[in-house]
Design a protein around this ligand. Structure first.
Ligand SMILES: [Zn+2]
Length: 282
């Protein structure tokens, strides 16, 4: 089965000792490309170091909502510098986390806004982490407000991204009408092992609505092990468990789903792509 992992933190400390073996396991499972997102300055830099070592990996740089209050102006300028690297194919991960609130909401909003602006400037899609506390949807609703405020779905973003998704909802979680709203905005939706957890049942109904050319799968390693994968540390090879679940929801063969997610990945994360000239960055 052909596969990709659209979100995998191989740049986390927990992979430092054996990333080579983890990648061999992923290759054996059919994983062809892995996107490694940063969550702060150090992890963004590490994502680029991994891409330098393994050319079938891709990097994203940005600031996670958990780190929103920790990255100062100097840190953000470093992210801007890193984002100029042509091997950076996306901006993130960023987003809103109203569940754990490791950074104050106001800082999360400021952080999300500048990550979205960077996505538009670079023509690279934003990777969005969106989580509310159990039974709530305030982060999802706030995100929709911010996407509207940033003009996602409008002419400026359409000019920068053409037919490509301007953002990816990573590790999808949320109610069905929210799923419809992000799909209508042209976003891609990535499914992780989170779908197997209690409280995430709406995703079962959301998956059939996502157009196949905007549907992705991911592990979010080292987190969110799906059932059947070791709980102590998730690894990219286990994306096949989630992919098989998604294929079933879509009513298609695993092999077809695999080909679809590879194509959707290539469409969202474009290598050797020219940068837009509208907003030259000093
Ligand atoms: Zn992540």
């Amino acid at each position: 089965m052909r596969l990709i992992d659209s979100h995998c933190h191989l740049n986390a400390d927990r992979f430092e000792g054996d990333v080579e073996a983890v990648l061999a396991g992923a290759k054996l499972a059919g994983v062809e490309r892995i996107l490694v997102p940063g969550w702060n300055v150090t992890s963004s830099r590490r994502a680029l170091e991994l891409v330098a070592r393994y050319d079938w990996l891709d990097a994203a740089v940005g600031v996670h909502p958990h780190d929103a209050a920790k990255v100062d102006g100097a840190g953000w300028r470093e992210i801007l510098d890193l984002a100029a690297d042509p091997r950076v194919l996306a901006i993130g991960e960023t987003g809103l986390d109203y569940d754990r609130v490791f950074s104050p909401v106001e800082d999360q909003l400021v952080n999300l806004r500048r990550n979205l602006a960077l996505a538009l400037d670079t023509g690279r899609p934003a990777i969005l982490h969106v989580r509310s506390a159990a039974g709530r949807r305030d982060a999802q609703d706030a995100l929709l407000g911010e996407l509207g405020r940033a003009g996602v779905g409008g002419a400026t973003w359409a000019a920068a991204f053409r037919d490509r998704p301007p953002a990816i909802i990573h590790s999808f979680s949320g109610p069905l009408d929210y799923a419809r709203a992000v799909i209508d905005l042209g976003l891609a939706v990535s499914i992780s092992g989170l779908v197997f957890r209690a409280g995430e049942e709406a995703t079962t109904e959301a998956v059939p609505l996502v157009p196949r050319d905007r549907l992705l799968v991911e592990t979010d390693s080292p987190f969110l092990s799906p059932p059947g994968a070791p709980r102590r540390r998730n690894e990219p090879e286990w994306v096949r468990i989630t992919a098989a679940w998604v294929a079933e929801r879509k009513g298609i063969e695993d092999g077809q789903l695999g080909r679809d997610v590879v194509a959707a990945y290539d469409r969202a994360f474009v290598r050797d792509q020219a940068r837009p000239e509208r907003h030259p960055r000093a």
